[in-house]
Each structure stands twice: as C-alpha cells, then as structure tokens.
Design a binder for this molecule. Structure first.
Ligand SMILES: Cc1ncc(COP(=O)(O)O)c(C=O)c1O
Length: 417
C-alpha cells in the first residue's frame, strides 16, 4: 500500500468530519482584537472560547510591553537552543521570578507546555519507575507516558479510593524494581473544570512515598489568593513536588514553565529533550511574560473581575436549571442532551442567531447522548454578556427539548480545505 493513500484515507478521530466542518466547527477564524467581542464570518459574536482568563491579551500595558520588546529585540533573538547559544539574562530572570511566585527553589522555561510536559515525564522516569495518574489527564501527560517504558497505573478521575489501591500496586512494583513512584494530576481539569484533589492525594504521600507532579495549566493565574494556582488554593504548595504552568492561558502568551527543587530543575535542564533540541523562547515572549507575571502579582483586581464574571455565569446557569457539573474553577461546562446532529445545530444556532461563539464536544469526550458546551469566562467579559448568554442558552434548550434540532443535518457551512 502507498503510505500516501493510507494517510489520506485515514483522517483520524478529529479529522473524520473535516469536509463537513472545516472552518466552522474546526479551524474557525475569530477576527478582531482578542476580547469578549470579536467577529466570526463577518458577524459580531460574544466569545466564550478563549483562555484569556485575566483579559491580558489586549491589556494596554501588556500590548505596550510586547511592542517595545519586539522593537528592541526582534522575533529572532536569541538564536539556538538555551544550552548552546540561546541563553539570556531575561530567560533567567523570568525563571527566578516564577520560582519565587510558586515558592519553589528553582524554575525552568519551556517552549510550549505540551512539549515541556512530555519531556518532564520522559526526563524524570526510567524503566524501573512507576506512574500513577488521573484518567482525565491532558494529552500532554498521556503522550509523555507513551515514552515511559516502565509500569503505569491509572485511577478513575479524582477517585481517591481507587487512587489508594493503584498506589498500593505501584508501591509493590517500585519496591521490587528499585524504582520510584510519580503521581501526575491536573490542578484544574480543563474540560469539566473541577480541581484535582491535591490535598486528598497528599494524605497518602508519607505512607507510600511518591512525588507529585501537577499540570496547572488552567489554575496558574486564576486560582489561589495570589493567583499562584490550585496548589495555593488548596494550601498545599509545599506538598506539590513539581509544579507546571503554561503562559498560554491566564498569561495570554506562549511558553510554559516547570518549578521544583533546585537539584530537580538542574537535572531537567540537561535532560528534557524537547527543550535541549529546540530553539529558545524568543525574547519578546520572555520579556512579555515578565510583564504578564508582574500584572498577575500587582493587579489582583483582574482576578477579582474574572471571578465576578465566573460567579455570575455559573450561578445564573444553575438558577436557570442548567447542569454545569462540578466545576470549581472558571471553566464552565454546560451539559445538554444530544448527539452529533444536535451539537452542530446548537452551536450553529448560538453563533448565527444569538451571536454567541462557543464550542461543544460529544462522545467520546463525554458519555454517549451528552453534549458538553464549554464556556470560558474572563475578566474582559461584562455582566451584560453573561445575561445575554444565559437567555440564549435558555432559548436553545427550548429548541433542543422540542426536537427542533433533531431533524437537521450538519448545516452546509464548511469552507473548502
Ligand atoms: C491541562 C493542559 N496542559 C498543558 C497544555 C499545553 O499547554 P501549551 O498550550 O503551553 O502547549 C494545555 C493546553 O491546552 C492544557 O490544557
């Protein structure tokens, strides 16, 4: 068989609807300045799909810092990987500030959180080590685990009883292989919005002797008194051995970091292959991130505004009888009933007739027969946005309950690939 024929005919789980959905349900183009109101296919929409939690993407001070750094350094600098020629004092300064913010000894920058997490896992483990991880872990954790040739045990999402039984298995294996145990969970789970039970997990730490790695992509900047994340929220900053945050969400940038003890960061620095063999983060991203971190530290009102919007949206949806699951974070899922036809109709109706841009997922992300629409409130939204959106959801639910959507196929809205 020609490998080209195979590749072209096997579109994979995400590509299977490419011809019906390209440009609309997948790869939609949101246009205009990043904010609560943007344009989709020329029409104004209220946007609930961007992880711009603190509204930093277009904050005038952030834009100014980005512009000045781009003018001063250009996008090329520094050239090469950190280890070879891409080291700068700005990278080191950002690492020191992040470590202090997370109350860890040391931190290291990562070019993209996804690649970084894959390499953290790869660099920390060998064949004798055992991993215990949450079943709803992000793809970057699962892909890091693909590189792990030792044993792994998964526990059902946030199920502490099953966690303990898996950690017992892990301990047995590790004791006989001479390896260690790494537990991995997310801080805020990005789809359902509930928190990893870090405190609960840590109750078992002494008994079983493991280390805890937390992916806090959605918690960094949004959770905790100072925005230091889910570990601060649950008052377990010391118990989290390795803390991972990305700049792609609350920081509205690109890049990520890992923070831990100095000896661990030293070892990771020399062993994370996706970082050793890839170009250093461009200086405007680093200098821009210094500004963003400063905004998180010095503008608590941004987080307060975020939570005002989160509370209004979540309590309003609940008061209107919507099931929003067990979220404890800004991530707001709305669960409705239906399948592929209904989800496409709901999303289309919201976008075309109510001016609301959000995305939905169905099985296998959620159980069969369930639609999950995920809303991301931010500090840039207004209470008016919230009210308009809740009314629109109430109308859409009426249409869904009356069976109006069930007869429609996927609307012919796709662009040509
Ligand atoms: C839980 C989680 N971890 C890691 C990542 C990857 O971060 P980045 O966009 O910096 O690669 C994401 C982004 O979607 C995420 O949600």
């Amino acid at each position: 068989m020609d490998i080209f024929d195979k590749v072209a005919s096997n579109m994979g789980p995400l590509g299977q609807y490419a011809d019906q959905g390209y440009g609309y349900f997948s790869f939609p183009k949101l246009e205009g300045d990043i904010s609560n109101h943007m344009y989709f296919r020329g029409k104004p929409v209220i946007v609930w799909s961007l992880n711009n939690y603190l509204g930093l993407a277009n904050h005038p001070e952030v834009r100014q810092a980005d512009t000045e750094a781009s003018e001063r350094f250009g996008l090329a600098a520094p050239m090469g990987a950190r280890m070879m020629s891409g080291q700068t004092s700005y990278h080191q300064q950002l690492e020191q500030e992040l470590a202090a913010f997370e109350r860890k000894e040391s931190a290291y920058l990562l070019n993209y959180g996804y690649m970084g997490m894959v390499s953290i896992i790869d660099a920390m483990l060998d064949r004798h080590d055992v991993v215990v991880y949450d079943s709803e872990s992000h793809a970057c954790i699962l892909d890091g685990l693909r590189l792990h040739i030792g044993k792994r045990f998964v526990y059902p999402h946030n199920d502490l009883e099953k966690f303990e039984s898996q950690i017992k298995h892990a301990k047995k294996v590790a004791d006989s292989s001479g390896g260690g145990i790494l537990v991995i969970t997310e801080g805020v789970f990005g789809m359902p919005g509930d928190l990893g039970n870090l405190k609960g997990i840590l109750q078992f730490k002494e008994k079983y002797g493991f280390r805890l790695l937390v992916d806090d992509a959605h918690g960094f900047g949004t959770m905790g008194n100072t925005g230091a994340g889910t570990s601060e929220e649950q008052d377990v900053m010391d118990g989290v051995d390795v803390y991972f945050g990305t700049f792609a969400k609350a920081m509205a940038g690109i890049g990520a970091f890992v923070a831990s003890e100095k000896r661990i960061i030293k070892s990771l620095t020399f062993n994370m292959r996706s970082q050793i063999y890839a170009k250093s983060l461009p200086l405007p991203m680093v200098v821009g991130s210094l500004k963003r971190l400063d905004m998180i530290r010095t503008h608590p009102e941004l987080r307060e505004k975020l939570w005002t919007i989160v509370n209004a949206l979540q309590s309003g949806l609940r008061a209107n009888g919507f099931d929003i699951g067990h979220t404890q974070s800004p991530v707001t899922p709305v669960f409705l009933k239906g399948g592929v036809i209904e989800v496409t109709q709901v999303i289309t109706d919201l976008r075309e007739n109510f001016g609301i841009f959000c995305s939905g997922v169905i099985y296998p992300v959620v159980p069969k027969g369930v639609i999950m629409i995920r809303l991301i409130p931010t500090a840039s939204h207004t209470l008016e946005d919230v009210n308009i959106t809740i009314s629109a959801f109430a109308e859409v639910r009426k249409n869904l309950d009356s069976g109006k959507y069930a007869s429609g196929g996927i609307p012919p809205l796709a662009d040509k690939f």
